[in-house]
Design a protein around this ligand. Sequence first.
Ligand code: PLP
Length: 265
Amino acid sequence: MNTYPSRPVVLCLSGHDPSGGAGLQADIEALLAQGCHAAPTVTALTVQDTVNVSDFRVLDRAWVMAQAQAVIADLPVAAVKLGMLGSVEMVDTVVELMQQLPGIPLVCDPVLRAGGGGSLGKDDVGYAMRERLLPIAAIATPNLPEARILAELPEGTADECAEKLSPFCRHLLITGGHGDETDIHNRLYVRDGDSHTFTCVRLPGSYHGSGCTLASTLAGRLALGEELVSAVRSALDYTWRTLRDAEQPGRGQYVPRRLPLDFSQ
Ligand code: PLP
């Protein structure tokens, strides 16, 4: 038997997307590609295809607690990644869980809408995240529409949203994929006032699971010990490559190709 050293464990609290493009499957694939081990805790089930979401159900708080407790009691969690939480109660459940993981970096992807526009949580969930999760997160990774909801600035620019949100969190990465600029500007705001812009070429098409890919890769990079700004750059670069190599398995959005095609060797 070969015994290998264990890879860093990332606890993922996200929803399940049966199309396989976003949610926990995206987290698992992206983390495998970084050389991490994903410990996937299901927060919600969704009904969706690659076009849009038609329904979702948030799991009971007790079930989510029990799943995460089993992981925490057994595995050395090196980072936590949050995706779809779906309810204010789930936000509070995660806050409680994080009290058992002091010092462990938390990456918060404030998921409120699917790529097709369908709801994955009411705006109240976003406000609860802003008030109670952003302050304990190492970094939050909203896209511009999500940042506008969190900041309650429906027409706000990234800078305006950041000004309102920065007091709540140490690092805020507002991704620019949903804008109409020729190039994409992903902006990282640091609470001390520093900021970095990462520019990449806009790819044609619309993608399902790009935000999940980015946030879980970032959590994996932090779990591996990479410094935050470098981890953001690595995660953006990896995500861009998965979009460049995306495929269209259904009638809707492209799904990022997060893993090599052939594992059989
Ligand atoms: N999490 C779940 C369970 C989802 O179903 C979705 C989108 O459909 C997302 C997160 C967010 O996806 P994206 O990475 O495209 O923003």
